[in-house]
Design a protein around this ligand. Structure first.
Ligand code: FAD
Length: 397
C-alpha cells in the first residue's frame, strides 16, 4: 500500500516514521528544496508529544537541542524597570514534561528517524488529486497512491485542493505574528527579553547552538489585509506599530532591512469539523491548527500523526474505517485546543493597560510559587493550562 504525505516539517516526518514502521510504503513530497534550516522559531513539546518522541527513540537528541530559554525578562511600557520570570517554573506548572526546541531542529530529528525507510522528494508539490488516487505534481510525472495526507501546514495546498480556499478559518483576537532573524549578539543564551504594552509586544531570544537570534513581534489589528503577501507593507506596518516602544525594540526593527528570514501572518485558527474526504486526510496544522504560537499546535501535530498512523494500522489500511476513527480520537483535544488558543490569544496580547498588568502579575505569581503549588493551581483547571497533560496516549499494536 502506497501513501503520499505532503509536507516535511513536523507532522509529515512523524507520520512517515510510524507508517513505515507499520509496513506501509511512504513518499513525502516537500515544497522547499531541502529540509528548512533558516528562519523558524521555538516550538513546544508537552508530555504526550514527548512520550511519542520517546517511543520513536529520538527524545535524547531533541533534549540535547533544547533552546534552554528558562528566564523571561519583561519590561512593561511605562514601568521603571524589568521583572524576571522563571519560565521553567511556568512551563512545569503547565506540563510535567516539556521541552522547547527550534522547529527546524525538531523537523530534522524526525526526518532522520525514518530517512532510510521513506522516500523523500524535495522541491515539488501536488497540483491535483484524482478520485482514483492519481496525483499530479508540479515537476515529477503523475503517480498513483492509495492514500494522500496533507501535512503541509496552516496554508495547506492539499486542503485547498480538496476543501477549497482557506476552508473555514478565523482570525484570533485580530492578532498578528512576525518573526525575523537578527544577529546572535542581540540575544542572550537562556533568556528571552520582552517589551510589553497594550496591544503590542516584542521579544528577542537566542540559543547556544544557533548562529543567529530571533526577534518576535505580536500585535493586535483587525485589518485582514495585513495578511496579503506584500512584504514591504508588512515591514512598514511593524515599524509603525512598534514605533517609540523602546530603544532596544528600535534596534530589532532596524534589522528588518537586512534580515535573511522574515515571517508575518495573522494568528489564524482552523475550524473544520472534519478533515478527511475520500482517500485524502489532513494532519497537524493543515487540518486543525488552533493558532500558531498560542495553542500548543506542535504537540497537537505530533499527536495527530501518531494517532492517524495507529488507526490506519488497526484498520489494516482501510481508510473508510481509519479516518473516522482518527477524527473521533482527535476531536476532543482539537476542540479543547481551539478554546485554549482563543483564550491565550486574548491574554497574551492584552488590549488594555489593565490586561498588561494582569498578564505580568499572573506570570510572576506562577514563577514565584513553589512548583508543587503552581502545579496544583494549574491542575485545578484541566481544560486550560494542563490540557496536554490531561491527554491519555492510546497504545497501538
Ligand atoms: C512564528 C511562529 C511561532 C510559533 N510558535 C510556536 C510555539 O511557541 N509553540 C508551538 O507549539 N508551536 C508554535 N508554532 C506553530 C508550529 O510551528 C506548528 O504548529 C508546527 O510547525 C506544525 O507542524 P506541521 O508539520 O503541521 O506544519 P508546518 O510546520 O507548517 O509544516 C508544513 C510543511 O509543509 C511544507 N509545504 C507547505 N505547502 C506545501 C505544498 N503545497 N506542497 C508541499 N509541501 C508544502 C512547508 O514547507 C513545511 O515544510 C509557531 C508557528 C509560527 C509560524
Amino acid at each position: 500500500m502506497r501513501i503520499l504525505v505532503s509536507g516535511a516539517s513536523i507532522a509529515g516526518p512523524v507520520l512517515a516514521y510510524w507508517l513505515s514502521r507499520y509496513g506501509y510504503a511512504v513518499t513525502v513530497v516537500e515544497r522547499a528544496p531541502a529540509l528548512r534550516k533558516t528562519g523558524g522559531h521555538a516550538v513546544d513539546l508537552f508530555r504526550p508529544a514527548m512520550e511519542i518522541s520517546e517511543r520513536m527513540g529520538v527524545l535524547p537528541r531533541i533534549e540535547e537541542l533544547a533552546t534552554g530559554t528558562n528566564r523571561l525578562v519583561v519590561t512593561r511600557e511605562g514601568a521603571p524597570g524589568p521583572v524576571a520570570i522563571d519560565l521553567a517554573k511556568v512551563f512545569s506548572a503547565a506540563s510535567d514534561r516539556h521541552v522547547e526546541v527550534m522547529r527546524d531542529d525538531l523537523s530534522e530529528v524526525y526526518h532522520d528517524a525514518a530517512r532510510d525507510a521513506v522516500e523523500y522528494v524535495f522541491g515539488d508539490r501536488i497540483t491535483a488529486i484524482a478520485a482514483d488516487g492519481t496525483v499530479t505534481f508540479e515537476k515529477a510525472a503523475p503517480r498513483r497512491f492509495d492514500l494522500v495526507v496533507g501535512a503541509d501546514g496552516l496554508h495547506s495546498g492539499v486542503r485547498r485542493l480538496v476543501f477549497g480556499d482557506e476552508a473555514r478559518h478565523t482570525h484570533l483576537a485580530g492578532a498578528h505574528l512576525a518573526v525575523l532573524s537578527v544577529p546572535a549578539e542581540l540575544g542572550r543564551d537562556g533568556e528571552m527579553r520582552m517589551h510589553l504594552g497594550a496591544g503590542r509586544e516584542a521579544a528577542v531570544y537566542g540559543a547556544r547552538h544557533l548562529t543567529d537570534a530571533r526577534a518576535v513581534f505580536l500585535f493586535r489589528s483587525d485589518r485582514e489585509s495585513h495578511t496579503h503577501r506584500d512584504v514591504p507593507r508588512q515591514k512598514d506596518l511593524l515599524r509603525r506599530t512598534f514605533a517609540g516602544m523602546h530603544p532596544e525594540v528600535d534596534v530589532w526593527l532596524g534589522e528588518l532591512e537586512r534580515t535573511a528570514a522574515f515571517y508575518f501572518d495573522a494568528i489564524i485558527q482552523l475550524q473544520l469539523d472534519s478533515w478527511s474526504r475520500g482517500r485524502v486526510t489532513l494532519v497537524g496544522d493543515a487540518g486543525y491548527c488552533p493558532g500558531p504560537a498560542v495553542g500548543g499546535s506542535t504537540s497537537l501535530a505530533v499527536l495527530g500523526a501518531y494517532v492517524l498512523a495507529g488507526e490506519l494500522a488497526v484498520a489494516g489500511g482501510d481508510h473508510e474505517r481509519a479516518y473516522p476513527a482518527y477524527e473521533r480520537e482527535m476531536a476532543e483535544v482539537v476542540r479543547r485546543s481551539r478554546a485554549f488558543a482563543r483564550g491565550v490569544a486574548k491574554t497574551l496580547i492584552p488590549s488594555s493597560a489593565l490586561g498588561v498588568r494582569a498578564l505580568l502579575g499572573g506570570a510572576r505569581l506562577l514563577s514565584a510559587l513553589p512548583t508543587p503549588i503552581s502545579r496544583a493551581i494549574a491542575k485545578a483547571n484541566d481544560k486550560g493550562l494542563r490540557l496536554h497533560d490531561s491527554i491519555r496516549l492510546k497504545a497501538y499494536p
